[in-house]
Design a protein around this ligand. Sequence first.
Ligand code: SAM
Length: 268
Amino acid sequence: MSELFQHRARKRFGQNFLHDAGVIHRILRAIAAKEGQHLLEIGPGQGALTEGLVDSGAQLDVIELDLDLIPQLKWKFGLKPNFRLHQGDAMKFDFSTLPQAGEKLRVVGNLPYNISTPLIFHLLEHAGIIQDMHFMLQKEVVERLAAEPGNGDWGRLSIMVQYFCKVDYLFTVGPGAFNPPPKVESAIVRLAPYAEPPYPAKDHRLLERIVREAFNQRRKTLRNTLKTLLSVEDIEAVGVDPTLRPEQLDVSDFVKLANRLAELTPDS
Ligand code: SAM
């Protein structure tokens, strides 16, 4: 195959191709795709994960941006009836066009690291049609996604993703599993959107605003960082201590503050 399709990995597309069979099997086992399910793989590359996913018998849609990889993907998987290839940018893709009525998507990807965070936020806009997501990301990003309050990694990314999803850090993958090897360690994470967020915000844009404002200066207390949005009395009224620093609050605390802000700004 490599003689047929010579491809030089491109940095601008974040291309680090998986070649370690043990790691590939471990990821496929964690995903455990089954016939009757509908999967979406973002950035199939040369098909390292795609092969196992298509062989599971599940419906598999893939989105690949790099035009040069399309002939290879068509050649390898084009004849499989459960495989559908979309050439394009996952950041601009309308995921809601994929699932049939009542169906939920299982999203998979060894993501290009430069777009991983915006892509997760783009996918979360469609959380209602997603069953779960398995991603390979920079280990540091997975640590932030899975962080707990009080930890230095706890911040905007942890809170906004944990508002929508249950997050599980599955395992770490070293640079040697990829070609070319990245400079940093990677890890696999599972994000499973809740049917309903456990602590629903009246307006999740206000939650985003409170969290952004609070973490702009993470060393300062809430009474200082939130002063343009909420008074000390407002913070105390929802049972949150205004002398705490933002990293000491959990998701439910931030939702209480956002809901207070919603009451004060009904037209927002
Ligand atoms: N899944 C393959 C593997 O594990 O070997 C490739 C992983 S590589 C880290 C990331 C892949 O995403 C590349 O194939 C790259 O061309 C593709 N890609 C980069 N940006 C993309 C985008 N915006 N939309 C869709 N695919 C993209």
